[in-house]
Design a protein around this ligand. Structure first.
Ligand code: MLT
Length: 245
């Protein structure tokens, strides 16, 4: 497969994702939270462009549901949950639908709408995400969310972790220096220091400032979750990807 990495949704050119399998990254924290929510048994997650859309869509939905997301890393007023991946658990959340709005991650999902296949990926599910991408037999683009419109190191590391796993599964040809950088950066980073590195990023500092540092540890736990979100439809709905047997 050919493999590309795009640092920010704003860098996408029209048609760039057409016919490709895309993994969207927002390691701190949206795609980590999506992975944790699906692992806890959340049925599906609607990715919303803003808080008002999440609230109005939730109000129209008759089944069991929750709103979740963040503004400046904090739980928005009137929302049920913030964006902490560790908050999801089966006892409280199994069988519920989430309506999610975050500053970067849910908007990146919306920006990747013309991909042939779309998955949500993070450090926590890098290996599982690689398996999902390979199953599509398409060329792959790893799309990073960044932080507030700027490049983010944690998403680059997430992309590098997925490339590293993909290379163990088959033939991967890197199409760009951004892909090469992601792989080299991940390979050069000691796995035991991932939490420390994530803490030093702008996204990590935002989370620490909100007194949510345990979230950084959760997001740094490489391959701790064996669940991948697959995104379909408009509005985009994320469900648990099931490998075909
Ligand atoms: C986002 O999508 O903007 C992030 O996940 C930010 C955060 O969780 O604080």
């Amino acid at each position: 497969m050919l493999l590309d990495v795009v640092f920010l949704p704003a860098l996408l050119t029209p048609g760039q994702l057409r016919g490709r399998a895309v993994a969207v990254f927002d390691v701190l924290r949206a795609t980590t939270s999506i992975s944790a929510a699906l692992a806890a048994g959340v049925t599906e997650i609607q990715a919303c462009p803003d808080l008002a859309t999440a609230q109005s869509a939730a109000a129209e939905f008759a089944g069991p549901h929750l709103t979740c997301g963040e503004v400046n890393a904090l739980k928005p007023d009137g929302f049920d949950l913030g964006n902490s991946p560790g908050a999801f658990n089966a006892a409280a959340h199994r069988g519920k639908k989430l309506f999610m709005s975050t500053t970067n991650g849910t908007r990146t999902i919306l920006a990747a709408g013309d991909a042939q296949w779309m998955f949500t990926a993070a450090l926590v599910n890098a290996s599982a995400a690689a398996k999902a991408l390979v199953s599509t037999r398409c060329d792959v683009t790893l799309l990073c969310s960044g932080t507030n419109g700027r490049f983010s190191l944690e998403d680059l590391l997430g992309a590098g972790a997925v490339i590293d796993s993909l290379m163990q599964l088959g033939d991967v040809r890197l199409e760009s220096d951004s892909a090469l950088l992601a792989l080299k950066q991940f390979q050069a980073t000691n796995r035991r220091t991932l939490q420390e590195v994530l803490s030093q990023t702008q996204g990590g500092k935002n989370i620490a400032r909100a007194n949510l540092s345990p979230d950084i540890l959760f997001c740094a736990m490489l391959n701790s979750i064996d669940v991948v979100g697959i995104v379909k439809g408009s509005p985009p709905i994320v469900t648990r990807w099931e490998p075909s047997r």
